[in-house]
Design a protein. Sequence first.
Length: 125
Amino acid sequence: MDGPRAWAGGDDMGPDGAADARQDEVSEGGERPRDGGGDEDGHEVQENGPVAGKSPNDCPRLAIRTREAEKSYDRGLTRDAEQRRRQEVASIDDGADTSVKMMTSTLKEQLHTEMEVRDEWRARR
């Protein structure tokens, strides 16, 4: 295999025997670029956030927005869970109401049947 994919797996030498240029790069400030300083075409790769090469902690406004988004997401999950719980409780209550009504109806029918039997028995005496 030729090209960057042939040597990306391990050694520091490129296809032509030259050392990988990204390891030897030093920015103007004297710092080495972060891992994955670019893609195969030399474009910056966004690793940790919307700003290439910066984490939310490097940008205070971005960090605040990220925390706010996380809180909003958590509130949404909490709200959804609470709504599901309320629906389940309402469903259980409806089921319990239905069960109670059915049991009451059955008991009333049994009572009426027993009263009729008793009345018939009294009438025979």
